[in-house]
Write a protein that binds this ligand. Structure first.
Ligand code: SF4
Length: 392
């Protein structure tokens, strides 16, 4: 365990103006988009049978992807489970499937659309399944920041890097400015490559992944990183701060991983002696510093699979995954890091009624909730995704 001792203070979470899910629309956001259709009642006892029958009727025409954070009732129908990038790759590896039903959130379906063939259709069972982190970086805001960097004469030194958890628009921006996409598994490699291309990185949209990777994996000082707040003039930073910074972090975070605090870690260590604290790098810097292990969702799954019987684990990631791992390993004590449990509310928008509705619509010859990225954005985003695939 390694507590942060510097004078540096962990920034508070970025406020998010949440619309009530499913109520109203915000065109600049992935959230709050009404979902069309006549959904079956959640209490319908035939939902499992209906999903099974519809999926069987569609056969190889449909391929169902399930993100690790999805509900069990949905995961049981997934042809493959994984993190966002693995799922997009799996979709691309199934050119025979006409329909890719993406049980995840909007930015993931966009990535699948970018990577699959034009004739394949990617479907999100509930259009209100957005991602609050992706929503924290809107293209107009990012372009305003970039124009300021150009005015300061530093844009030529900066390589933009975006986390996979961003909209296609942001990936397109990064692609047209010679940057790269990264995942939580390859963020260090992406930063190593970026610092060979330039002397600064503009990291979008997750401040925590950017900071944790730069400081804990690359040996940067916390003072090498500045936080660009899109709601303040010039990001709330002086020209000197921007000129001196090596990492310009966008002020975004994941509302699930951002909720874990240093107190969650202290509390579980007192309550469960000998517990191993395992967290995702989207967690706050002080939490990651205080944890025993840090890694991507796939890393967390492998660590828990390999853990010895009888060991205790407090896991700082999404609850559906933690619960599923606990059920899969009854010989290990696997618990949620925080005592107040919390799902990703937008991931949870995809439930069995939405999946049944989607599959039955496809059987009836109607294709609902297609996610399409326009050609120019897809081409530019593909440049940044291909650069990630080419990382050494
Ligand atoms: S867990 Fe966090 S990053 Fe993932 S979809 Fe939910 S809000 Fe977005």
């Amino acid at each position: 365990m390694n507590l942060v001792t510097a004078t540096w203070t962990e920034p508070g979470n970025t406020p998010v103006a949440l619309l009530l899910l499913g109520k109203g629309t915000d065109p600049a956001s992935e959230r709050g988009v009404d979902c069309p259709g006549d959904l079956p009642a959640p209490s319908d006892p035939d939902l499992v049978a209906r999903a099974t029958a519809a999926k069987a009727a569609l056969g190889d025409r449909v391929f169902v992807l399930g993100h690790h954070y999805q509900r069990d009732e949905v995961i049981q129908f997934a042809d493959v489970t994984g993190d966002s990038f693995k799922l997009a790759q799996q979709a691309a590896a199934r050119p025979e499937a006409e329909f890719i039903v993406f049980c995840g959130v909007h930015f993931m379906a966009e990535s699948a659309d970018i990577l699959t063939k034009p004739e394949q259709q990617v479907i999100l069972p509930d259009l209100a399944a957005g991602c609050s982190m992706a929503d924290m970086a809107v293209l107009g805001q990012v372009e305003t920041a970039w124009e300021h960097f150009q005015d300061l004469g530093i844009a030529g030194d900066i390589v933009p890097v975006t986390y996979m958890n961003s909209s296609a628009d942001i990936k397109g921006f990064v692609g047209r400015n010679s940057g790269v996409v990264c995942t939580s598994s390859n963020a260090k490699r992406a930063l190593d490559w970026s610092f060979e291309q330039g002397s600064k990185v503009f990291f979008l949209p997750d401040q925590h992944l950017g900071r944790n990777t730069a400081v804990l994996e690359m040996g940067f000082d916390l003072d090498d990183c500045v936080l660009y707040d899109p709601h303040k003039p010039h990001g709330g930073l002086t020209d000197e701060q921007l000129r001196n910074a090596r990492m310009i972090l966008w002020r975004g975070h994941c509302s699930v991983h951002g909720r874990f605090t240093i107190d969650s870690v202290r509390e579980v260590r007192e309550r469960v002696p000998g517990v191993n604290v395992l967290v995702h790098p989207e967690c706050r810097h002080d939490v990651v510093r205080a944890a025993d292990y840090v890694g991507s969702t796939e890393y967390i799954i492998k660590a828990l699979d390999a853990a010895p019987a009888g060991s205790a684990w407090a896991v700082g990631t999404e609850l559906n995954l933690v619960r599923r791992m606990a059920l899969a390993h009854p010989d290990k004590q696997i618990m949620f890091l925080d005592r107040t449990v919390c799902y990703c509310s937008t991931m949870n928008r995809i439930d069995l009624p939405h999946l049944v509705w989607t599959l039955e619509e496809l059987v009836a010859g109607r294709v609902p909730n297609v996610i399409t990225v326009d050609e120019k954005t897809a081409r530019e985003a593909r440049v940044a995704l291909d650069q990630m695939l080419a990382l050494p």
